[in-house]
Design a protein around this ligand. Structure first.
Ligand code: ZN
Length: 199
């Protein structure tokens, strides 16, 4: 959620012409090699072009050859599918980074036993991540407990990667305590799912 004090510069989506805070849009730049790059973190130098974080708007700018117009034909023809894939990867990486931050600030509970215990006891968890390779029996159990509490469950990583992000061995169930970080992570996961075609 963006508070008025966090408002940054406004930018226009090249596809639908919506004007939004730049943090809500996806930035694209031209690499020195003439390749269109997705710059989700808005860190790369040079002139940028923006779209909504939305496959429709991305597809539109590719189809209408708007990258070619903005970058004056100095780029190799951009490919919708590879841009979408790159954005998906960057969104997943963003969630991974945020999860690392949440761990450092003590907002993560991990392990199916602990997560189930907290789900049963307190209304303090806001988000559950299940690993891709979690056993179906445990997945069903955690899903059911989370549903009772109205806590959403998402699947983005395998258990090895989740463990890595938490500086531990394999972790197949991870939950976030309610707070600003959990809110931000939920927001990024929804964006990820929309771009990955899972929502
Ligand atoms: Zn748009």
């Amino acid at each position: 959620m963006i508070k008025p004090s966090q408002r940054g510069p406004q930018r226009t989506c090249a596809a639908c012409r919506k004007i939004l805070d730049q943090s809500l849009l996806v930035r694209y730049v031209l690499s020195p090699q003439g390749e269109i790059l997705v710059d989700y973190g808005r860190k790369l130098p040079g002139r940028g072009m923006y779209t909504c974080c939305d496959t429709d708007c991305l597809e539109k700018v590719v189809r209408r050859k708007q990258f070619e117009r903005v970058f004056k034909g100095r780029e190799s023809a951009p490919n919708y599918e590879s841009l979408r894939q790159s954005l998906t990867d960057q969104l997943r990486q963003r969630v991974a980074n945020l999860l690392g931050m949440a761990r450092k600030s003590g907002e993560v509970v991990s392990g199916s036993r602990l997560v189930l215990a907290e789900l049963g006891r307190l209304p303090g968890l806001c988000l559950v991540l299940l690993s891709k390779d979690l056993s179906p029996a445990i997945a069903a159990k955690v899903n059911a407990a989370a549903e009772v509490r109205g806590v959403p469950c998402h699947v983005l990583f395998d258990k090895e990667r989740m463990g890595q992000l938490l500086g531990k061995g394999e972790r197949s169930v991870v939950a976030l305590r309610c707070g600003l970080l959990a809110e931000t992570i939920s927001h990024e996961i929804l964006r990820y799912k929309r771009i990955a075609g899972e929502a």
